[in-house]
Design a protein around this ligand. Structure first.
Ligand code: NAP
Length: 484
């Protein structure tokens, strides 16, 4: 199956933070891949901006090296890379000063789509918005792309929303959550709302519980300073995991349109109950296997910041009353994996008697690695010997179902940047969603800070602290194994 690529309109994309890690590792390699796929029109141009003094040629060389490093060998194409690099130009611009702004305003073409990507630290977002406005670059149809973290709590998120709103309309603001750009996350909506099969069962009557896991093997070394002021709750739960929960729990939107989808997500966040203190566990990785502990990586030897969190959430709605959503995320765990598992209730009566092989149906949506969707069903074990039941997965791994072309799934950033150019905000967070998510998160973090106790240590390479296991055991349930 050959995927259809529809070229986007001509554009000028300005990347502030053009010399930074995100630009080099994700944004520019992603744009190169879209160019390789034929999605960028001839008139598409990319302007890098940062304080470093660089010529166009020097920046192109940096980006050539970044693409050679971060794009797989089978997607390297010398001629395509030269063509891509010819689109690139660099300007020295200081977000907090005056240098470079007039030159930038002169370079951006008024008759193409204009997008400004804020790939810089959050303390610069306001300064960039204000200067774009002052130099006449906030034209009616231009877009700004804002990276995470979007605020540190409700007050700072509100302040940031207000700063951006002073210069841009909400329809111009694209708050990135790259989890929403993943193919499987969008497929989750296709599976739910494009089939009759699942939606009638998608509620408290038939779903026993939902697990959302985002497990990482890396620690925080190298960015211990930033992480220590954030922690797993702010860095992962408030944004990425909350977004995943919303897509599972939301009501069908009236159309697959930005505000229709975002209205439904917002209702879910607002319906979340406060989390009871006994329903949340925090952990911090200890030293082991020759690796440093969180306290070593974080620099602060007395840090109380959590590198792991597990919690039980409830959505108070007709659809979900009584169905727990278990969320967990952590660093230095056994494997790098992100998945959502929806476990259905057992049949009300088993005509086969007690059978080990009969397991609850589960729909497992795998975000990484190996994006795909699996439905676990019970069937008869083939062969003679009576009615013995076994569990088998109906596997919708993209590569097998759709052919090798489909295995080359665009990275989340590729897709999201193209959505910005197309002017489609469906997969971006709206300001009120972000604020509602902080309003739910703030009391949890405030309670920890008031109490000041230490997170529970856990072994590196494990699946998290003991108390997190108990969170489910006491409900008669089990976490799925954390495995690659
Ligand atoms: P980074 O590697 O520290 O890069 C920061 C960039 O900002 C550099 O290009 C720097 O270049 C530029 N910069 C700093 N001060 C500036 C100023 N006053 N005026 C203009 N440019 C300035 O950061 P990053 O990792 O790329 O992250 C960028 C943003 O993305 C952050 O908000 C981060 O939280 C977010 N993010 C990053 C990742 C990731 O994987 N890296 C993932 C998710 C979100 P000069 O020093 O030359 O000015």
């Amino acid at each position: 199956m050959v995927s259809r690529v529809i070229p986007v309109d001509p554009f000028d994309l300005v990347i502030f933070g053009a010399t930074g890690d995100l630009a080099r590792r994700k944004i520019l390699p992603g744009l190169y891949r879209r160019d390789l796929a034929g999605q960028l029109p001839d008139e598409a141009r990319i302007l890098g901006a940062a304080r470093s003094e660089l010529s166009d040629g020097a920046w192109r060389n940096e980006i050539r090296a970044a693409i050679e490093e971060h794009v797989p060998a089978d997607r390297q194409d010398g001629a395509a890379l030269d063509r891509f690099l010819a689109r690139l130009g660099y300007l020295q611009v200081d977000a907090t000063g005056e240098a470079g702004w007039q030159a930038l305003a002169d370079r951006v073409r008024p008759d193409v789509v204009q997008a400004y990507y804020f790939s810089v630290g959050p303390s610069l977002f306001g300064a960039l918005a204000e200067r774009l406005h002052r130099h006449g670059m906030n034209r009616e149809d231009c877009r700004i792309v804002v990276e995470k973290p979007f605020g540190h709590d409700l007050a700072s998120a509100k302040a940031l929303n207000a700063t951006l709103a002073a210069h841009f309309e909400e329809h111009q603001i694209y708050r990135i959550d790259h989890y929403l750009g993943k193919e499987t996350v969008q497929n989750l909506m296709a599976v739910r709302f494009g089939n009759m099969l699942f939606e009638p069962l998608w509620n408290a009557q038939y779903v026993d519980h939902i697990q959302i896991t985002v497990a990482e093997t890396v620690g925080v070394a190298g960015r211990g300073g930033y992480y220590d002021r954030s922690g797993a709750m702010r860095d992962m739960v408030q944004n990425h995991m909350m977004q995943l929960l919303c897509l599972i729990a939301m009501e069908p939107p009236y159309a697959f349109e930005p505000d229709a989808v975002r209205d439904e997500k917002l209702k879910v966040i607002r319906a979340l109950d406060p989390v009871a203190p006994g329903d949340i566990v925090r952990g911090q990785y200890a030293a082991g296997n020759g690796q440093a502990s969180y306290l070593d990586d974080a620099e602060n030897p007395d840090s109380r910041t959590e590198s792991y969190v597990a919690l039980k959430a409830h959505v108070s709605s007709w659809r979900w009353k009584g169905t727990p959503f278990y969320l967990r995320t952590g660093k230095r765990l056994r494997a790098r994996t992100s998945e959502i598992a929806i476990t259905f209730k057992d049949p009300p009566h088993s005509i086969f008697g007690e059978q080990e092989g009969q397991k609850s149906n589960a729909l497992v949506i795998r975000l990484q690695p190996n994006e795909g969707i699996k439905l676990k069903v019970t069937i008869k074990e083939p062969g003679p010997g009576g009615m013995r039941l076994i569990e088998v997965p109906l596997d919708m791994s993209f590569a097998e179902a759709l052919g090798p072309e489909a295995a080359d799934i665009p990275d989340a950033y590729e897709r999201l940047v193209m959505d910005v150019i197309r002017g489609n905000q469906t997969l971006f967070m709206r300001g009120d969603e972000v604020e509602a998510a902080w309003a739910w998160t703030d009391p949890i973090v405030a309670a920890w800070e008031a109490k000041g106790d230490r997170p529970q240590p856990y072994d590196p390479g494990s699946s998290g602290p003991e108390d997190a296991l108990m969170l489910m055991h006491r409900d008669g349930r089990r976490w799925r194994e954390v495995r690659p």
